[in-house]
Design a protein around this ligand. Structure first.
Ligand code: FES
Length: 484
């Protein structure tokens, strides 16, 4: 049964780190937003971290934007960087109450925010909060330029190299599928850390987020827009070769908790049609990505628990670029023994049972539920291999137990253990991404079980097809594999 709900405080995503290849070039080139307004609502930050903590959190995002701007200027990086306003808008009276709470919090922490009805959207809104001097840019162009400069500092980029373990020590050892790298300090900045099995993961929740982009010659949106709705929406514009594209995103749900991942795309398309009169055509773009939420709403950054020289940075939610930049500032200072204003606030080992109890429970109760419940319950997406079309997969029940079964473009079936190699939850099939996704901590595997993203580091176990599998389909050797 679908359990799609929007993320509670979501706003707009700076970068979907595992954006899929089928998304087309726009997903790679599109500008992303940089904002000091975190996904966690301002009034929630104040209630959890106090006025000083919330102020520090917002200042951290501002410092990160300024750091990025300084890099761009210093290296003359051509990445379409622009300062733009951001609008948090409400279309309902309930939404206005959220705005009022955030406006009050913004004032208390000294974040400039202006109540306004003057919102340059082509549909009416009740009210909005306007934040000045936010920004947007093309992250790929920016990151390429940063990587190009790395060699000057004696650093190296190892592409196509899979890290399977990190051993803390003096020196630390990074075990990869192509050899061992030693280093005095290691930062695991892998979306979800692979360097410990449990400690950080129980404080994280993985969400899948969706985007559609439609060519709209009339679009003239300057700025960043996100709403107070649940599920939420964000809107921005990107121009490719003179053609403006309207980008509409949102409708997040927890990973593995939506049986039909085409539905969020349909909802975004309906929203785009209702609000902009634009129908998303097959030639337009859609993509999705995965984001990681922290239990108390702020990233976990710093020395890993039980480690001396291993550091983690995770839980960025939709603020990956700014939070990632801030994490680099915090950890590099920590390694060099330099004081840093955000070190204590973001400490990766923090546990705030009072401040974050509700979020902690609502996010992480899913781990034991999926670990035990999925195994006991009949969560089988289909019971008959005949129901699996080409290019699709499903978890089936057989006499030997549950199997993750995939049918390729030639009609041939293959089977895997559905047990996630991280901590043993059962994976679910994601039809839009063509992947096996784990609902517990967001590991993803391709149809043949290879790891797409951690924390799992080993593939799903291949299994023989059982003799009792009900499959009367005649394979078609001529049909192309949709994954090729
Ligand atoms: S990602 Fe942790 S059990 Fe699958």
């Amino acid at each position: 049964m679908p359990t799609t709900t929007g993320r509670r405080h979501a706003k707009l995503h700076q970068l979907a780190l595992d954006t899929d290849a089928a998304a087309g070039p726009l997903s790679q080139a599109a500008r992303r937003s940089l904002t000091e307004v975190l996904d966690t609502r301002l009034h929630t930050l104040v209630s959890r971290f106090g006025v000083d903590g919330a102020r520090l959190a917002a200042q951290g995002q501002r410092a990160a934007i300024n750091r990025i701007a300084a890099f761009i200027e210093m290296r003359s990086i051509d990445c379409d960087f622009q300062r733009v306003p951001g609008f948090l808008f409400a279309e309902t009276p309930d939404g206005v109450r959220t705005l009022e709470a955030d406006a009050d919090a913004a004032q208390r922490i000294g974040l400039p925010a202006l109540f306004t009805r003057d919102v340059p959207l082509p549909f009416p809104v009740f009210q909005a909060l306007r934040f000045e001097q936010q920004a947007q840019f093309q992250p790929r162009a920016y990151l390429h330029a940063l990587c190009d400069g790395l060699d000057c500092y004696g650093s190296h980029v190892f592409e196509e190299t899979h890290v399977t373990a990190v051993e803390d020590g003096q020196p630390c050892r990074v075990i990869t599928d192509r050899g061992v790298i030693t280093a005095s300090d290691v930062i695991v900045a892998a979306h979800v850390p692979i360097s410990n099995v449990v400690l950080v993961h129980t404080k994280l929740a993985a969400y899948r987020t969706y985007v559609v982009a439609v060519a709209d010659a009339k679009a003239n949106l300057e700025g960043l827009y996100w709403d107070t709705a649940d599920p939420y929406h964000y809107i921005r514009q990107h121009v490719v070769d003179g053609t403006p594209y309207l980008i509409v995103g949102g409708h997040d749900h927890k990973v593995g908790e939506n049986d039909d991942t085409t539905v969020p795309f349909h909802r975004l398309e309906e929203y785009t049609l209702a609000h902009f009169g634009q129908r998303v055509a097959p030639t337009d773009y859609r993509w999705s990505g995965q984001i990681i939420e922290a239990a108390d709403g702020l990233p976990y950054v710093g020395r890993n628990a039980l480690s001396s020289h291993t550091y983690v940075a995770t839980g960025y939610a939709g603020n990956g670029i700014t939070s990632g930049t801030l994490a680099a500032m915090v950890i590099s200072d920590e390694i060099r023994g330099v004081a840093n204003d955000w070190r204590t606030l973001l400490d990766a080992t923090r546990i705030k049972p009072l401040a974050a109890a509700r979020a902690f429970i609502s996010e992480n109760v899913d781990f034991p539920r999926h670990l035990i419940g999925d195994r006991l319950a009949q969560i089988i997406q289909t019971t008959d291999a005949n129901d699996i079309p080409s290019g699709e997969g499903a978890v089936l029940s057989t006499k030997g137990g549950k199997l993750a079964v995939y049918r390729n473009g030639a009609g041939e079936l293959s089977a895997l253990s559905p047990v996630c190699t991280h901590l043993g939850c059962l994976v679910h099939w994601n039809t839009t991404q063509k992947s096996w996704d784990c609902p517990c901590h967001g590991s993803r595997f391709d149809p043949m079980g290879h790891v797409l993203n951690g924390p799992a580091v080993t593939p799903l176990e291949a299994k023989p097809l059982p003799s009792d599998l009900d499959d009367e389909r005649v394979p078609s050797p001529m049909a192309p594999d949709p994954l090729v």
